[in-house]
Design a protein around this ligand. Sequence first.
Ligand SMILES: [Zn+2]
Length: 117
Amino acid sequence: MSDNEHRELVGEMFELLRKRHEFKTIEGTICCGSCAVAKLNSMGVSGQPCAYYHEQDAEIYETDKDLRLYIGYGWIESDRPSEEVGYMVAAAAVEVGLKVDWNGEGTSKIIVGLREE
Ligand SMILES: [Zn+2]
């Protein structure tokens, strides 16, 4: 799988999350985690799921030969457990054909990468 194909799958994953679960998403267009969370909070409403990667994650991704991308996620202004959102992200990643590396904990980012052939 090439870099471009992998990038397309990541895009499909975000698309699926927006369509199926009304996610608010940010794909690499904001500098860091705290700015991404602030922006997502301003874009969505309470109880809406969100997922993102920021510019620093995108830079790590660009230089990682294994093409691993860290995905942040959670609820907008909600006390519900964030792993609920994590499972939606992980399921969407698998559905589009990405490999998922995640410990199932809401405090850990989900790493989406290449599936071994
Ligand atoms: Zn920032």
